[in-house]
Design a protein around this ligand. Sequence first.
Ligand code: ADP
Ligand code: MN
Ligand code: MN
Ligand code: MN
Length: 355
Amino acid sequence: MATLSSRTETVNDILKHDQKGKIMATYVWIDAVGETRSKCRTLPEQEYTPDNLPVWNFDGSSTDQAPGDNSDVFLRPCAVFPDPFRCSPNIIVLSECWGADGTPNKFNFRHECAKVMEAYADHEPWFGLEQEYTILGNDDRPFGWPVGGFPAPQGPYYCGVGSGKVFMRDLVECHYKACLYADIKISGTNAEVMPGQWEFQVGPCEGIEMGDHLWVARYFLARIAEDLGVKVSWHPKPIRGDWNGQGLHSNFSSKEMRVEGGMKHIEDAIKKLEPHHLECIKEYGEDNDLRLTGRHETGSIDQFTWGVANRGTSIRIPREAAAKGYGYFEDRRPASNADPYRVTKVLMTSIFGKL
Ligand code: ADP
Ligand code: MN
Ligand code: MN
Ligand code: MN
């Protein structure tokens, strides 16, 4: 595989040099179209938390996040992780975007989500998100697909092993390790139904931590893909036709659902979600109508349905939870390009009420 980076021996030697008591802090934020952006700065070496890190800024007119005549967007640190690329003591600083007038940027969905999570913290909300994505080559087609043609129909690829069945396992392996190094609560990974398509899971995470960990995991994936000369598609239907789309299945439980008698709370929550179906769909990502067709293991976008172990519904109660009488449920509606802050917030407000 040809890659765009060319690490010579000299480059590798220099990258190992001592940093002389300084660290590199990579500030990461979410832009106007749901991609991550980043820039770096030097800081003295010490322990960092969101509270002792400097607020920074960027030119929001270059990211469509602010007008040219009032372009400064402020970066307020909200979570810190070890940097898996440069290694400790260097850090990744996830940041919220704020305007100069002290209001959250239009694309800052974390701020309101955090308020909801705090208000309902007593319920100890746990989330586990399944991030599906597709690796694209420079021709913007799934990596590994034959030039000018199509691979054999779906079947051998899901959890597949072997040449011609899965592509770019190196990227997946590297991403998994990067997440573990950075203390991201990644819980697993698998090859998906369409060739070139993969999934990783993050969770269980409590409250606001869910969105934070998923966004940083997305940043890592895009960053490693950059090194390998490939792209990541988060679009819910990267290839039209008889190919699976991709979602961000969102597993949820409250404290009450995780103990004996929990099924009653799970069923109550599903009943609460039903009348909020359209409101939820609005928060669940762009172009989701191309994916939620009722085919390819999805429920229809127009209808709220649920069932035990059924993958053609909006909500699935896992077989194991049904058998035990407690556990969690899975909302299968969110698209792969959904913002986890929006998804987790609307789940909470639908079930427990708006603030
Ligand atoms: P699927 O069978 O739908 O492919 P996965 O194994 O990919 O399921 O993902 C299941 C997700 O559910 C994981 O992210 C896991 O962390 C999460 N999960 C497990 N238990 C709970 C729970 N009690 N509450 C919320 N999420 C949970
Ligand atoms: Mn899964
Ligand atoms: Mn999946
Ligand atoms: Mn799932």
